[in-house]
Design a protein around this ligand. Structure first.
Ligand SMILES: Cc1cc2nc3c(=O)[nH]c(=O)nc-3n(C[C@H](O)[C@H](O)[C@H](O)COP(=O)(O)OP(=O)(O)OC[C@H]3O[C@@H](n4cnc5c(N)ncnc54)[C@H](O)[C@@H]3O)c2cc1C
Length: 386
């Protein structure tokens, strides 16, 4: 921590990942003079954001997720202009490979919906898939979907771009400040308690990612977000890998590959993973995942492991985020992106500023992503979860 924790703030943002950084930046940009961003770790963006695969895509199964991508990826396009930081946005395309015929009707409906919103996703035959990624073994592919404008961006650049631009507009962004409590006056927020002092404030944003439920409990209510471990590894250089290799997903196995430097980043979701905050690497699952990856991409047999890590998805019951007001006046939630929040970070921060300052989400209508939907049975299922 380089600065003292202030005694008061207009708005305190809890969590220095992509959501908190984007919220703080957009609030300051909208003219809030005294925004304080608190991160418990020594560096920003070391939670889910810093451990993510960096994938950004338009291909989703629900209209609201596609609309969030359309707005968010446009913001990534002009990120350097807006913040001065290059987000290293690279459009390598996303290829969903389908091997299970039962997935076809849903994906066909999704592609029509995406196209209806102006997204140019293409429907591919099994042969098209084999032609697009000839270095992979997809004899069992029955179809695929491909969108050339999907791709990758750099999580650290996006977080630090927002933090530094936010600071230039007056945000006080502090590390090594852990929030330990939220003090209420009646049903409203009165202050945020930290290990380094108390900050009196009327508005607090819970942007604590996989820890968002812990913050909710501090204010006395439940947020249905559970942390679920996911892990991945990168390989040593693979000179035979084409420069334009797309982000490729074997959907049935939840197994994915994308180019990372001169090698490959690959991961496979463990369907038996139980909820919990453990971020150590499951070495048994790593072997299972690596065998599956080598079967799909035989060139991996000659590669070494360069790095590996685990992180936490922040999972809600319908795999959609929670954006909006909490049951306590002055407390706001932006969390629960269920494995695809990095790409929706830019727009989500803007929407939270709109919620607080204008009373509604104006740029994209996300009113259906409120916390109350879980109690009221208004769940919205997302099929394209990797
Ligand atoms: C392995 C993996 C791969 C992924 N791949 C992708 C991908 O390809 N594309 C994509 O879009 N998304 C991906 N995601 C999901 C994405 O990373 C998350 O949805 C997104 O980063 C969530 O951002 P956040 O700011 O809400 O959470 P975080 O980045 O976790 O930030 C929350 C912050 O809050 C801090 N915090 C928590 N409690 C407190 C407290 N009490 N006081 C102060 N600070 C606190 C934490 O330290 C943390 O830094 C992936 C996630 C994982 C784990």
């Amino acid at each position: 921590m380089t600065e003292e924790v202030p005694k008061t703030a207009d708005i305190v943002v809890i969590g220095g990942g992509v959501m908190g950084a984007s919220c703080a930046y957009h609030l300051a940009l909208a003219g809030v003079p005294d925004v304080v961003l608190l991160e418990k770790e020594p560096y920003f963006g070391q939670g889910a954001t810093g451990r993510c695969a960096g994938g950004v895509r338009y291909q989703f199964a629900t209209e609201v997720n596609v609309r969030l991508s359309i707005a968010s990826l446009a913001m990534l396009e002009r990120f350097k202009e807006d913040t001065g930081q290059d987000p290293l946005y690279r459009k390598c395309g996303y290829l969903f490979v389908l091997t299970d015929p039962k997935d076809l009707p849903t994906f066909q409906t999704n592609v029509r919906m995406q196209q209806g919103l102006g997204v140019g996703t293409e429907w591919l035959s099994g042969d098209d898939v084999r032609r697009l990624v000839p270095m992979m073994h997809f004899a069992d592919a029955v179809a695929g979907t491909y969108h050339a404008k999907d791709g990758l961006a750099d999580p650290n650049s996006v977080v630090m771009g927002y933090i530094e631009a936010g600071r230039r507009s007056g945000v006080r962004a502090l590390t090594e400040v852990e929030v330990t409590g939220i003090a209420l006056r009646g049903d409203a927020v009165a202050a945020v308690e930290t290990r380094a002092g108390t900050i009196a404030c009327e508005h607090v944003i819970d942007a604590a990612g996989p820890w968002a439920g812990v913050v909710g409990k501090m204010a006395g209510f439940a947020i249905p977000i559970v942390p679920v471990r996911r892990q991945m590894l990168t390989t040593t250089p693979l000179p035979q890998l084409p420069k334009d290799f797309p982000f490729t997903i074997d959907f049935a196995q939840s197994l994915y590959f994308h180019r990372e430097g001169e090698g490959i980043l690959t991961g496979m979701s463990n369907p038996a993973e139980e909820a919990g905050f453990d971020q150590s690497i499951d070495t048994e699952w790593e072997i299972v995942a690596m065998q599956a990856a080598s079967e799909r991409m035989p060139m991996l047999e000659g590669a070494g492991r360069l790095s590996h890590w685990a992180g936490l998805y922040e999972v809600t019951p319908d795999a959609h985020p929670i954006l909006g007001a909490a049951p306590v006046e002055g407390l706001w939630i932006v969390a629960g992106f269920s494995g695809h929040g990095f790409m929706h970070g830019p727009i989500s921060g803007k929407l939270m500023a709109e919620f607080i300052l204008e009373g509604r989400s104006r740029t994209v209508d996300v009113s259906m992503l409120d916390l109350a939907r879980f109690d009221e049975g208004r769940l919205i299922r997302e099929y394209n979860v990797v």
